[in-house]
Design a protein around this ligand. Sequence first.
Ligand SMILES: NC(=O)CCC(=O)C(=O)O
Length: 309
Amino acid sequence: MAFAIDTKEPVGVATSDPLQLPIITKFKIALCQLIVTPNKKENIENAHRLIEIAVEQGARLVVLPEMWNCPYSTDYFAKHAEDFDDEDALWTFSMLSEVALLHKITIIGGSMPEWSNGHLYNTCCIFGPDGRLKAKHRKIHLFDIDIPGEISFKESDTFKAGDEPTIVDTDLGRIGIGICHDIRFPELAMLYREKGVHLICYPGAFNMSTGELLWELEQRARAVDNQLFVATCSPARDSCGSYTIWGHSTLVGPSGEIIATSGHQEAVVVGEVDYSKIKLQRKSLPLNKQMRRDIYKFVNKHEQNGLEG
Ligand SMILES: NC(=O)CCC(=O)C(=O)O
């Protein structure tokens, strides 16, 4: 099967007032909180199984975790990576494409290690209901942390950072993508809101040191500040690796409310996205109009380059 990227630029880009809604404004989203093992084939089969469960539960949009075809560990990233130009080695990629087409669903494919031109990226692939790759997001903010006696992890030893925000127009709305640590940078979410995004999906793999205090806080903050939906999807907690995953995949609505969430075990979390809630929230509390752009101006690379619509 040949794969093609839908190169269509995110349209228009309107500021989000007045909010433009897609034709489908209400649908079920599933967050597949997968158990991950060192066995890539097993991980792919397991992800396939949970996507099927999500479909049975009526989900039209399915989100997978950060790094689900291999453990979140620098020992595995290169071994489990796929080069999207090498059609014979696209196990992960092909399964996502085929299952999206089979069930006519949109899949935010979590993330996987991607080889490209001698570099390794932490990459999220987004597939449309026609099975085609609509976009890919390479993690922009790599996760380097050193808390002595608690956690030390350096993604930048292995990965190269991506340089682009990713906005995908789908029949289920305009979706912005971030991967895990990307959630800590409110500027990315603000940029997405400015570009009319309805839902930000963050596949993630927070850890035990930062997860309890910050994982939910970051999600709710991005949602409430920008008055849009935020969906996160984590792997299930493992107990054997050196990096222990926090879990708790969650769907948050535009007033910061938690719509659906999970604990730390394997689960398919299903929740309803209803974009009329964004309209309502922005009407009751018009932050975009109240914003004092005369006092502070949000400048981003796209504006600087004159690309702003
Ligand atoms: N995989 C990651 O990016 C983890 C981010 C994280 O745990 C944080 O505290 O930030």
